[in-house]
Design a protein around this ligand. Structure first.
Ligand SMILES: Nc1ncnc2c1ncn2[C@@H]1O[C@H](COP(=O)(O)OP(=O)(O)O)[C@@H](O)[C@H]1O
Ligand SMILES: [Mg+2]
Length: 238
């Protein structure tokens, strides 16, 4: 018998709770949420505005801490770690496609794409080559030297995508990645994410209001009353 031990899931969330103090009371946004994500999964998270989708994605990205519950990456409890360890883990493990997440407006497009690698200590020459290729992939090679603050919203979003993908992270978290884009640019950004999934097995977790996007991702989870439910796109918009 050549039985391999069962691999840990890429992500395991148990009993996740997050509440906020607001006004006179406490708002419980996430209430004992469980989720397993396998390597290579493509997950759409859908739900009405204000149900906690961004809150969940921020915790998944270790940018926010839960009130209760655990988050494990490949079997290791993430919130056991120090701030420095968490920052290093984020750099290696995660790509964020949030609204212009951490883009530096006064720096050029290519400098922005290079930044995560430089922070991780990757050789600058190697990082420049990789970043040029990423900018070609998002059709922005001709804007590489332009300051990000002078780019359009759609162009900035594509810089953000290039920046998220450049270090080839195993897990991509995207919050409404096509929300502010015209349909054809939106399709281009979505296609880039799917290509990473197909060719490199990159795991995708995408919060979306787009039926097209949700349908293409395949596994649709509905966030409702603080937990995730298996569902379909229509159960949210109804
Ligand atoms: N830092 C915060 N402080 C107080 N309330 C917050 C904070 N972040 C989110 N919330 C509240 O949590 C709820 C869920 O927000 P959010 O996760 O942004 O929802 P969604 O992304 O699904 O629209 C909202 O009621 C929001 O006001
Ligand atoms: Mg949101």
């Amino acid at each position: 018998m050549s039985e391999l031990p069962a691999a840990n899931p890429l992500v395991e969330i148990r009993g996740l709770g997050r509440s906020f103090d607001a006004g006179g009371g406490r708002v419980e946004v996430l209430r004992g949420l469980d989720l397993d994500i396998a390597e290579g999964d493509r997950i759409a998270i859908v739900g009405q505005s204000g149900v906690g989708k961004s809150t969940l994605l921020h915790i998944l990205g270790t940018l926010d801490h839960p009130t209760t519950g655990t988050l494990c990456f490949r079997g290791e409890d993430v919130f056991d770690r120090s701030r420095e360890e968490l920052a290093a883990l984020r750099g290696r493990f995660l790509g964020f496609v949030f609204q212009f997440h951490h883009l530096l407006p006064e720096f050029s497009a290519i400098e922005n794409v290079m930044m995560p690698g430089l922070i991780q200590g990757v050789d600058p020459g190697q990082m420049r080559v990789r970043s040029e290729i990423m900018l070609q992939d998002v059709d922005l090679a001709h804007r590489a030297e332009q300051a990000v603050g002078k780019l359009s919203g759609g162009e900035r979003q594509r810089v953000a995508v290039a920046r998220a993908l450049v270090l080839d992270p195993p897990l991509i978290l995207a919050d409404e990645p096509t929300g502010n884009l015209d349909p054809s640019t939106g399709d281009q950004v979505a296609e880039l994410l799917f290509e990473m999934n197909r060719t490199r097995g990159t795991t995708l977790v995408v919060v979306t209001h787009s039926r097209r996007m949700a349908d293409r991702l395949g596994r649709v989870l509905v966030l409702k009353e603080g937990r995730l439910h298996t569902g379909d796109f229509d159960s949210t918009v109804a």
